[in-house]
Design a protein around this ligand. Sequence first.
Ligand SMILES: Cc1ncc(COP(=O)(O)O)c(C=O)c1O
Length: 425
Amino acid sequence: MGLNGKLKPAARVSGRRQDVWSIINEAAAASPKQPIVNMGQGFFGYNPPDFILNAAKQALDRVDCNQYSPTKGRPRLKKAIADAYSPFWGRKLNPETEVTITTGANEGMLSAFMAFIEDGDEVIIFEPFFDQYISNIEMPGGKIVYVPMHPPKNGATDNTSAGDWTIDFGELERAITPRTKMIVLNTPHNPVGKVFTREELQKIADLCVKNEIIILSDEVYDRLFYVPFTRIATLSPEVERLTLTVGSAGKNFYATGWRVGWLMGPAELIQYVAAAHTRICYSSVSPLQEACAVGFEQADAEGFWDLCVRDMKAKMDRFNAVWHELGLPYSEPEGGYFVLVNMSKVKLPDGYPFPPHVAERPRDFRLAWFLIQEVGVAAIPPTEFYTDANAPSVEDYLRFAVCKPDDVLETAKERLRGLRKYIQE
Ligand SMILES: Cc1ncc(COP(=O)(O)O)c(C=O)c1O
């Protein structure tokens, strides 16, 4: 029963339709195929490497690591991040003014929107989008303007590349108004796996420079790329002046539950992000900031960044072999750990008993439900990351997260072979 009268909750947290995570978790709990192989949410099925885990354990023994950190983050972590990223920027980043630590990338982005968005300011985001952007923008009163990424035309019949998902730059330009304050970019992209090319980034950046638009570049998968990766802030000083780059130690170090993230950017912008962060949560988890500092300090010497790419690419190839077996086309990721698979050839049996809240959603929700019930593998329906108007373009796709142990990937493949009897050429 809902709360009424004076107890009525605020609109910003109530009245939304049931979100994808609760639908999928509920389906998983109700499935006869237990335990479900969960390839839905993007959490890792294995631990951070020992050098980082040990640093966390040691930090817990230190008095100062169990107390408040400075609101902008622990000096050691800010320095480690500035040192790690200075080579990409081609100059020394100032850890005191150009880096601020946040409680995961998500709270970092909320802080950025809280810092710059006033009622009615417009923020452009590309579809599909990471779902948390929406409420993070709406909470300070922002108006979201959506620009779709277009799937490859032959995505239902051929294996394609995540790079084939394209932006229509005419559409992007037409979306810009005098009230456009920010644009959110995500590269490598969740859920598409696209790594934006330098040319695409330059076109986006040119529009932002021309119209004085702040670029919030969500680069949480920045250590997982299988084609050349460009950071938009590094294109030119004019672009850097407008760019806030978002990072996530959770994604970098296989520790999404640690909730350590950061924003980098020009001091004039970062100071206000830090001010918003102070108001939201004051500071972030101290011992885990310390462990992440050690992570950045030692990653190169440990060969960790190369290992990340090698391991994840091997997982991607191992898992995607099953689509070749089944003849189901997928979009080959250029980065990150998600793969989109086109299931238009999967025929859902007539009269299948979908519950009403699934039956009324686009076909990908029915596909996801069906996979959970019949083969015991959970995946995410990507129309959740689109507006209703553009959702039909991806309703045959499902998103799988491959950041799982190899034996889990093999179990998933074995189960997915059970789809064969439902596939029609
Ligand atoms: C594109 C994107 N941005 C941000 C985040 C959130 O990162 P964090 O866990 O550091 O808040 C995620 C997590 O899935 C993501 O996929």
